[in-house]
Design a protein. Structure first.
Length: 77
């Protein structure tokens, strides 16, 4: 039976939650076990996909007025 790695990181800052996905994705290779990541942001934020048109998808004025950070995923996979 193949092992599965579980990363249970709990609640973290919004940027940290996004950084975890990118870091793990870049660090894994074919020899790494399958990995499940459990992480939750400790406050609301907006995350826009790699191919999404930011201005069409997100009300940036609303985000600014309500203190919601906006991050774009850099991975297209």
């Amino acid at each position: 039976m193949e092992s599965i790695r579980l990363l249970d990181l709990g609640y973290v800052a919004p940027l940290h939650s996004q950084a975890v996905y990118h870091a793990v994705g870049h660090a894994l290779d074919a020899a790494a076990p399958d990995t499940i990541i459990l992480v939750s942001s400790d406050r609301p934020y907006v995350c826009v996909g790699y191919h999404q048109a930011l201005e069409k998808e997100v009300d940036l004025d609303y985000c600014r007025d309500h203190g919601l950070p906006v991050y774009r995923r850099v991975s297209s996979q």
